[in-house]
Design a protein around this ligand. Structure first.
Ligand code: GAL
Length: 375
């Protein structure tokens, strides 16, 4: 595939797959109520439980939401649990004991918090699941996230366009990866992508030399990477390259569900002699993490799916204002997110495809400074 063709395909994809423009501004808090929301409600204590500081996006998520709430006069406790489930449970129990009124939780393991959430319910605490759903409990009131299935669909569609699977003869060598087995989002990311790619696997245009192709969407955890670890993804990709590509067979495309995995996979590719250029595989990602945007600019990653975490924080802050004010909490999806005990009222935001040809979107929205990206 000529580099020029690849670049023009990528440009078309970025233009065609633009899904709404992200209003990446901090919305004016709805202070139209007298319940104090948005204007110094220091009676309301909000606990914010984030999974880890080790993945870039959660640092942005936590600091943005905490800043919004503090500026509005709420009392807050922002905690990161280093991807340790027991630590997150302890942090949540402390927030409950300290008298939290609302808990905003991005779980490490989305099935592990049911007993803790029962304690929250007993204390009449409202619970908002943040970006990752809380499973197996009736004690979650709202969910705010990006369209997770849509993220995967964008990744799948990008691959179809970049390889021109509708017209090219193939076969192309694909290596698929999935996210952490304990993260419900990873199920949706995989399903979105696999629903797009399956017809091309069935036709033989896509083949998986390692054999690590889940038999169905439900089998996604068979290629899951625990804790979204870059290191684990790197060693898995190295194993596949050494075991199934030693004879000179080339990888043509890697489905990576997010940027932390893509970072490790890019390292493995580099260590195996793959250099940016015509023969470099199509490599997907998600989160538009800085290191990955730099890799995209350097030709080591083809795309990422940008979820403007400021918009997610803005929406959750608005939901908190509405809860405190006793208003109807705005949601836009009351059907998709069945957590095993209930269908959780959800506010879905729309993500956007980022490629080397539209990274300026990240600078224009002030998500990054031009200097951050060497622009
Ligand atoms: C997911 C999240 C993604 C991804 C991953 C790693 O739940 O939706 O943005 O980055 O976690 O934190």
């Amino acid at each position: 595939m000529s580099l020029a063709w690849k670049k023009s395909a990528i440009a078309m994809i970025a233009a065609g797959m633009l899904v709404g423009s992200m209003a990446a501004c901090s919305t004016e808090r709805d202070s139209g109520t007298d319940a104090g929301a948005g204007d110094g409600d220091d009676e309301t204590f909000v606990g914010i439980a984030m999974p880890t500081k080790s993945l870039e996006r959660w640092n942005r998520d936590g600091s943005h939401l905490d800043g919004l709430l503090k500026d509005a006069g709420y009392e807050t406790s922002l905690q990161y649990a280093d991807n340790k489930v027991d630590q997150q449970i302890t942090q949540l129990e402390n927030m409950i004991n300290q008298g939290a009124d609302i808990l905003v939780i991005a779980p490490i393991d989305d099935t592990a918090l049911a007993p803790t959430l029962q304690q929250a319910a007993d204390a009449d605490i409202t619970v908002i699941a943040y970006d990752r759903l809380l499973l197996g409990t009736p004690n979650v009131d709202y969910y705010a996230t990006f369209d997770n299935y849509g993220v995967g669909k964008m990744q799948g569609e990008f691959i179809v366009e970049a390889l021109d699977l509708e017209n090219a003869a193939g076969p192309f060598n694909l290596e698929p990866f999935a996210g952490s087995p304990d993260d419900n989002n990873a199920k949706f990311f995989f399903a979105g992508a696999w629903d797009v790619l399956s017809e091309h696997l069935d036709s033989g245009k896509l083949v998986v030399p390692s054999g690590k192709a889940p038999s169905s969407n439900d089998d996604w955890q068979s290629i899951g990477v625990q804790g979204w670890s870059s290191e684990t993804a790197q060693s898995e990709m190295e194993n596949r390259l050494n075991s199934f590509y030693a004879s000179g067979t080339q990888v043509d495309v890697v489905l990576s569900p997010n940027d932390s995995l893509a970072l490790g996979i890019a390292q493995a590719l580099a260590g195996n002699g793959y250099a940016p250029g015509d023969e470099y595989p199509v490599l997907t990602g998600q989160d538009a993490d800085k290191a990955n945007v730099l890799n995209m600019i350097a030709g080591k990653q083809s795309m990422s799916v940008w979820k403007d975490t400021r918009a997610l924080g803005d929406q959750v802050a608005k939901m908190i204002d509405q809860i405190v004010a006793g208003e109807t909490v705005e949601v836009n999806d009351e059907e998709t997110y069945d957590n095993g005990e209930k269908t959780v009222p959800t506010y879905l935001l729309q993500p956007q495809v980022i490629t080397p040809d539209n990274v300026d979107v990240l600078v224009e929205s002030e998500f990054y400074k031009a200097g951050d990206l060497g622009l």
